[in-house]
Every structure is written in structure tokens, then in C-alpha cells.
Design a protein around this ligand. Structure first.
Ligand code: HPA
Length: 263
């Protein structure tokens, strides 16, 4: 199926750069997680700004690169850098990676993000598979009839099983989507705890919703880069995100590799 003219043109361009006609999996890398690209075989890297219809990202820690390569001999399309709504992009742009994955017939998408822990039992550096999403302040409208139909629970069960098969103990829980870019207040985090939220972040929910609408199987992993506002004495800024991502770089790469292979 040709999704639409812009994604079709982007694909045509990428195939000319050496990308294959289809991929087995697509991976979206969250803030600070672009180190995963080091573990890809035969990489072909194309900067976002050179691709027709791709906007330019501005967030520090996102390098804006689309990569084709192999992981355990499976062909993988990797988005290193994403498009956030808080950067001013409409939701229809935040889901561009899902549209491109669809254009290349990827049969699964693995989405990752940096998130703040709301659950006080969690620690910085924890990996969490997302069981469900919570959209509080934001109506995410991509298509008027886009209802989130995913039950992420069976997939997250499998992700946990795969993680434990390689000796990784990961959390599971609910991801609260906030627009950002400012972090939450202490009062908000206290309220979110009462609502049963486990982590909070500024991405992923639109992508999961769009994957659900387009019926592409998806799994999403959060890396806890900080305790949310009021849960630790440290200051909240982007350097924490980079530090935590650096500390779990290898485990994250192992997990994503295994998910590409086995999910
Ligand atoms: N809040 C929202 N988004 C985030 C956070 C946070 O504490 N950490 C990383 N992304």
C-alpha cells in the first residue's frame, strides 16, 4: 500500500541512497539512546534534513539521522531522532516515522524514549516496557476517528519474557504523555502518582496511536533518566537524560537487538 505521496517520495529517495525496498523492523530511538546505532551491521546513514518532506529536529541529544542496516541479519530501519509536538510540530508530523515504517512494509516497530519516574519504587536507569498510555493534558488528534485500540499488555508480557531470557529485569507500567517542553511541577507529580502513572514523558503516545491505527505491531520501552519533579533532590535538566542513557547503553542495545530478532 502506498501511504501517501510524501512518504512515497521519501522512500524513493532513500532507495536511491542504498536502502532496501522493505524492512523487517523499524526502531525509533529516544533522547540519548542513539548509541544503539553503533551495533548495526552495514549501516547506510542519511541525515533527516536531506530527505524529501522530512522536517529538521532541534533537540539536543537527537542527531536526526535515518539509518538502514542489519541486526542479526534482519533488515532494520532506525530513526535516530524524532519530531516532538513541543518543538511546534503538529501531531501529523510526530508520527512521520510510523508512516515511513509503513511505506517500507516494516512488520513491527520498537519505540523508545527517555522518561521521568513517577512511581517512587523505580530508579534512574530502569528500563520499563509500556503497558498502556495516559493522555492527560493533550488531545492527540491525528485522524478524527483515531481511537487507541492497542492492548499493549500481551506484547509487554512478551517483551518482559525476552528481557528475562537475556538476564535483564525490566519494569512494566503506564506512560503518561505530557506536551512539555517544561518538566512537571511537584504537585502534578503527586497527583499523577495517585492516578497510577508510572513514568512521564513527551513523546511515544502519538506514535503508538498511529501504529495502532495502521495496524503495525508495536512495543515501547522507556528508560528512566530521572526521578520526576519532587521525587529526588537533584535538579531536572537534559544532562541527566544523557547520563542515565549512557549508563544503560549496553543493556538497552541488547534488549532492542533481542526484540528485533524475537518479538
Ligand atoms: N518529565 C517529562 N518528560 C521527561 C522527563 C520528565 O521528568 N524525563 C525525561 N523526559
Amino acid at each position: 500500500m502506498k501511504f501517501s505521496e510524501p512518504t512515497f517520495e521519501a522512500k524513493k529517495f532513500l532507495v536511491k541512497q542504498g536502502f532496501p525496498e522493505s524492512f523487517e523492523a523499524a526502531v525509533i530511538l529516544g533522547s540519548g539512546l542513539s548509541g544503539f546505532t553503533d551495533s548495526i551491521d552495514h549501516p547506510v546513514k542519511v541525515p533527516y534534513h536531506t530527505i524529501p518532506h522530512f522536517p529538521v529536529t532541534s533537540v539536543h541529544g537527537h542527531d536526526g539521522m535515518l539509518i538502514s542496516g542489519k541486526v542479526r541479519n534482519k533488515s532494520v530501519l532506525i530513526f535516530s531522532g524524532r519530531f516532538h509536538h513541543y518543538e511546534g510540530f503538529p501531531f501529523s508530523t510526530t508520527v512521520l516515522p510510523i508512516h515511513i515504517a509503513k511505506e517500507f512494509d516494516a512488520n513491527k516497530v520498537i519505540i523508545s524514549n527517555a522518561a521521568g519516574a513517577v512511581n517512587s519504587q523505580f530508579k534512574v536507569g530502569d528500563l520499563m516496557v509500556i503497558d498502556d498510555i495516559f493522555r492527560l493534558f493533550q488531545k492527540i488528534s491525528i485522524k478524527p476517528s483515531n481511537t487507541f485500540r492497542y492492548n499493549l499488555y500481551p506484547v509487554s508480557e512478551r517483551v518482559r519474557g525476552i528481557a528475562s531470557s537475556i538476564g535483564l529485569d525490566i519494569q512494566r507500567g503506564t506512560y503518561l504523555y505530557v506536551k512539555g517542553p517544561n518538566y512537571e511541577t511537584k504537585a502534578e507529580i503527586t497527583a499523577f502518582q495517585r492516578l497510577g502513572v508510572d513514568v512521564v514523558g513527551m513523546s511515544t503516545a502519538p506514535e503508538l496511536m498511529e501504529a495502532s491505527r495502521l495496524k503495525i505491531p508495536a512495543a515501547a520501552i522507556s528508560l528512566v533518566t530521572n526521578m520526576a519533579a519532587g521525587l529526588s533532590s537533584g535538579k531536572l535538566d537534559h544532562s541527566e537524560v544523557k547520563e542515565a542513557a549512557e549508563s544503560r547503553k549496553e543493556d538497552f542495545a541488547k534488549l532492542v537487538t533481542e526484540l528485533i530478532d524475537q518479538l
